[in-house]
Design a protein around this ligand. Sequence first.
Ligand SMILES: [Zn+2]
Length: 104
Amino acid sequence: MTVFGKHLTSKREDKNLTQRKVAKAVGVSQPAYQAWESGKTMPTIKNLCLLQEVLGLNGQHCLSLMVEDVTPKQEERACIECDTLYVGDIYCPSCEQPSGETLE
Ligand SMILES: [Zn+2]
């Protein structure tokens, strides 16, 4: 689940609304709405504006959560080429090969 999806779910539950009701008010299908809550997809800006009206969301706050969801996490990695340990994306800062594997 994404942080945005979690936020969306809690806001809907606060209002005691079903997924179907919110989906109908926004004009999407229930599975489409459910995908937003589960984090499979994200609403378009237009649908986010509608959600803002239906659920009384703070659009600015939602956008910042969505940005958080799409920002790659800085993970601890080990390069399989040169054994360097570092925190960052897949490119190893030492040999500059895309050989960094996460340690998890
Ligand atoms: Zn390396």
